[in-house]
Ligand binder design. Structure first.
Ligand SMILES: [Ca+2]
Ligand SMILES: [Ca+2]
Length: 256
């Protein structure tokens, strides 16, 4: 009888000891199996107020006059830091288009569904003729214009003459040949439309691409539009020759 009581005491002691150990380890290591917060693959709201060379590398191709890629506060009332890119092409070669932008230092894994969103501000151009503001996913690294690479997918605004309006274009390049996926009825419709600070979301799932603008779907591919499974994010502007300084802004890039 005594030995039974002893066994029970021993068992109780063991249970208490184990409980203390488990509680202690929970305090030290956290609750097991709690889902970890998934951090975005890539994120920049530029609100540090400075261009971060650990996140972005500058890309440039063609001759320009004054040019700039930096982070600037756009609002005198409050903090509104955005990525700016701008260039002046007065007096530059007539036979080339000039490109300026940034490339994400890290690549984004596209094996699972990926939602990439960003703001692009056309900056109320008085003359946005042949100006472009582009978002490009490209698996390879270049310090020049990623459009020269063999594979990519691109969302772009293109300025429409006489220069206030723009249109959206979605295209991809595979094995060196370009496919136009979405053209906004260009060239039968040539007036374009007014754009401002646009929120773009691109959802990629098994190569199928879905693009929405300010919460409204613009385009969804029927089949896989890309074959690559990881890519660098490129944000880029381009301009033909003989335009005064023009600048555009990007902000709140999230690849989650
Ligand atoms: Ca910002
Ligand atoms: Ca401010």
């Amino acid at each position: 009888m005594d030995s039974m009581v002893d066994n029970r005491k021993a068992l109780l002691t063991l249970i208490i000891l184990l409980s203390v150990l488990i509680a202690g380890s929970i305090m030290i290591f956290g609750i097991p199996d709690r889902p970890s917060i998934t951090r975005p693959e890539l994120y920049d709201d530029f609100d540090t107020g400075a261009f971060n060379p650990d996140k972005w590398a500058i890309t440039k191709e063609g001759d320009t006059g004054e040019w700039i890629v930096d982070v600037i506060d756009r609002n005198p009332e409050e903090d509104d830091y955005r990525l700016r890119m701008g260039m002046d092409t007065i007096g530059t070669r007539d036979d080339t288009v000039k490109y300026l932008g940034v490339r994400s230092v890290k690549s984004v894994d596209l094996n699972n569904e990926r939602r990439i969103s960003f703001d692009v501000d056309w900056n109320n151009q008085s003359n946005g003729c042949y100006l472009t503001a582009s978002f490009i996913l490209c698996p390879t690294i270049t310090d020049g214009n990623p459009e020269n690479e063999n594979e990519w997918v691109k969302f772009e605004y293109v300025g429409v003459p006489p220069g206030k309006n723009a249109r959206a274009v979605i295209s991809s390049k595979s094995d060196g040949s370009i496919n136009y996926l979405f053209m906004e009825d260009w060239p039968s419709q040539k007036t374009g439309r007014e754009i401002g600070n646009q929120r773009i979301e691109i959802i990629l799932n098994d190569g199928v691409i879905q693009v929405s603008e300010n919460g409204t779907e613009l385009y969804q591919s029927k089949d896989s539009a890309i074959e690559f499974t990881s890519a660098h994010v490129y944000l880029q502007m381009s301009s033909h020759s003989n335009y005064p300084f023009r600048d555009i802004y990007f902000d709140n890039l999230i690849a989650a």
